[in-house]
Structure formats: structure tokens, C-alpha cells
Write a protein that binds this ligand. Structure first.
Ligand SMILES: *Cc1c(COP(=O)(O)O)cnc(C)c1O
Length: 356
């Protein structure tokens, strides 16, 4: 039986993605070869990466002047690659969690970094508000969705400089106003594909303004010039990404994806808020992530957490243990997770409460 998969990443992929990937591992595009054993320079794979790139542009409505890249190294590589290419002297960063602070650490290798606000004082359970971005910075970097803490910024912030964002865990869940951005990036393993590829979307005229020499592999222009084929790209994850993108398009694109995501999140947050036993960990409901729902047992029930995880496992629910830095539970409701799985989790919460 297929499990109800709430893992935070790598995480659930659509059945469409997994089935087509499995088929292509046996026979890719009628070549009589596995997608695991074809040249990335074959015309069949070229067609895959071309269509995947076109679908990213179509689904996210990316305007002219941006380049879509498929790179290795994970989102964590972008923590250094991005400032390498875009940070001239001074950048502003918002510290909303572990990933944000990892990005800040790397950016400091390349220039002055202003951390305009941080919610570290409360273990990142809220999104800082009312911060000011200093004038004249090269860009403002933020993390749209804080996968570990379950907070999210779903509205592009209004600042007087270009935006740059790590969208690893909520890309394809909302529209993005690209006119305000110089770059976004997203590791694939949350809402797109198996681990191994990172999607980078960068404004071409934002490049070429730094004085430092950039190593060839870390220079976005290398990969732009070669259509993400300067070296061997992660062929299989890109193939799977194409399947997910086709599936997203078939569903109706971002409006339908966002509608589903909001519906799933509302269902689970309602169950948490009306519960006797559980409570959410994010302090302001406006900051709650629709991708990663973090919750714990109320003080008086906290010794039941392990029991609840076992209770869920018996019903085929996996991956709800919270990140070690937060504890409790985290249910990741990525795009591929069917609403039926959320219903099963909500029912498990009710039933568990009824037994104690
Ligand atoms: C998972 C995640 C990362 C790390 O991605 P890697 O591909 O493992 O480097 C970075 N940022 C966010 C927001 C994430 O969710």
C-alpha cells in the first residue's frame, strides 16, 4: 500500500512523475536504452531539458530577460554561488531559520552583509516584521518558506532593491512577481524532482557587475552560455522534473496548485487549532507555512508524542516527526500530497485524542 508521505525532503512526488521515471529507467523515449545510460548530448535528452525549461517559464510566467538553469550542488551551493555572482559590496539578508543563516554565512565571504532582522530569539517561530533594508544594497535575500520551522512569506516583500530568494520548499505554490527579482533558486527535492538538481532563475543583466574573478563552474554565465550543459547535468532528476512540470500544467498550473495547497493547509491547521491535545508552534497565524505544518503536543500531553507517531505509522502515515531543532511534529504538504492523506492525518489526530 502507498504510504501517506509527509516527509520534508526528499519528499513525495506525484505518481505521474514516479511512474514515468520508472518507465524511462527501462526504456527512455523509445531509444531501447535506460535514461540512466544515455548521453546528455543525445537529441532525446536535449528535448527533455528544453521542454522542462520551457515549462518552468510558462508555469511561473517568467518574463523576458531571465535565464532558467539546471545545476548540481543543491540549494546549499547557491548560498555561495549567488553572492559570488551578484554581491558587489553590500547585501541585506533576513534571518528566518537555519537555511537563511547558512546563506548569510556564505554571503559574508563576498562582502558586507546586513542582517536586517532575525527571529532566532524565539527559535524562528515567527517572521520578523517592520525591518528596514538599508539604501543602496545590491539585493535583499530572503527564504520564502522555512522548511524546518513552518513559517512562510507568501507575498513578495516591498523593498527598494532587487529581491533574491531561496524558494526551495514552496516554489510552484504561488505566483512570483519576477519584475522585482534578480534571482531565485530552489533545490528540486521538495516540490519538483528527486534530489540532485537545483533550479536557478536569474536575471541576465544582473550578471557581470562584480569585480572578483569567478571560478568557471560557479559562474552563472558559464551555464547560461552552455544551456546548463557545460558539464554533465543531473540527467535523471531533470527527466523527473519534466514529468512533474507536465503534471502541474495538466492540473491547471499555479492557480490550481495554490488552491489545493491552501485547502490542505487550512484543513490541518483547523484540526490543530480545534484540538485539545495539539497546538501549532508558529506564533502568528499569518506566518504559518502552507507547505510545512509544525505542531506539538500541549505540555500536559507531551509524553504522548512517541505514541502518536506509532499510532500514525499503523495507519500508513510516515514522515511526521518534527525536525530535531523544533521537536514535535511536522507534516509537509507539498504539491504532490493528495488531500486524502491530510484527511487521514486529521482523522488520526481525532481518534488518538478520543483514546486518551
Ligand atoms: C531543503 C532546503 C535547503 C537545502 O537544500 P539542499 O539541496 O540540501 O542544499 C535550502 N533551503 C531550503 C528553504 C530548504 O528547504
Amino acid at each position: 500500500m502507498k504510504k501517506h508521505n509527509f516527509y520534508a525532503g526528499p519528499s513525495i512526488l506525484s505518481e505521474y512523475t514516479i511512474r514515468n521515471t520508472a518507465d524511462a529507467i527501462i526504456n527512455f523515449a523509445d531509444t531501447g536504452l535506460s535514461v540512466l545510460e544515455v548521453s546528455h548530448r543525445s537529441k532525446e535528452f536535449q528535448a527533455v531539458i528544453d521542454e522542462a525549461t520551457a515549462l518552468v517559464k510558462e508555469i511561473l510566467e517568467i518574463p523576458e530577460g531571465f535565464q532558467v538553469l539546471w545545476l548540481g550542488g543543491g540549494a546549499s551551493m547557491q548560498f555561495c554561488m549567488l553572492p559570488y555572482n551578484l554581491l558587489r559590496k553590500h547585501a541585506a539578508y533576513l534571518d528566518t531559520g537555519t537555511w537563511a543563516s547558512n546563506a548569510i554565512k556564505e554571503a559574508r565571504l563576498f562582502g558586507d552583509v546586513d542582517v536586517v532582522a532575525s527571529s532566532k530569539d524565539a527559535n524562528y517561530t515567527y517572521i520578523p516584521k517592520g525591518f528596514e533594508v538599508p539604501a543602496g544594497v545590491d539585493y535583499f535575500h530572503y527564504t520564502t518558506n522555512n522548511t524546518i520551522y513552518g513559517t512562510e512569506i507568501r507575498i513578495d516583500p516591498t523593498v527598494d532593491c532587487p529581491l533574491v530568494a531561496d524558494m526551495s520548499s514552496d516554489i510552484f505554490s504561488r505566483p512570483i512577481d519576477f519584475s522585482r527579482y534578480d534571482a531565485i533558486y530552489a533545490g528540486a527535492q521538495k516540490n519538483l524532482a528527486p534530489a540532485g538538481v537545483t533550479l536557478v532563475i536569474v536575471r541576465e543583466d544582473a550578471l557581470g557587475h562584480v569585480d572578483r574573478p569567478i571560478p568557471t563552474m560557479l559562474d552563472y554565465r558559464t551555464h547560461i552560455k552552455k544551456g546548463s550543459m557545460f558539464n554533465t547535468p543531473p540527467v535523471l532528476p531533470i527527466f523527473s522534473a519534466l514529468q512533474t512540470l507536465r503534471y502541474y500544467k495538466q492540473l491547471g498550473g499555479l492557480p490550481e496548485l495554490e488552491r489545493r495547497d491552501l485547502e490542505k493547509a487550512a484543513m490541518l491547521y483547523d484540526a490543530i487549532d480545534s484540538s485539545r491535545m495539539f497546538r501549532g508552534t508558529v506564533t502568528d497565524p499569518a506566518d504559518r507555512s502552507i507547505m510545512n505544518v509544525c505542531f506539538v503536543m500541549k505540555e500536559e500531553y507531551s509524553e504522548l508524542e512517541a505514541d502518536f507517531i506509532r499510532f500514525c505509522a499503523d495507519r500508513g502515515i510516515v514522515g511526521i516527526k518534527g525536525h530535531r531543532s523544533v521537536g514535535g511534529f511536522r507534516a509537509s504538504l507539498y504539491n504532490a500530497l493528495p488531500i486524502e492523506s491530510v484527511k487521514v492525518l486529521v482523522e488520526a489526530m481525532h481518534d488518538f485524542e478520543a483514546t486518551r
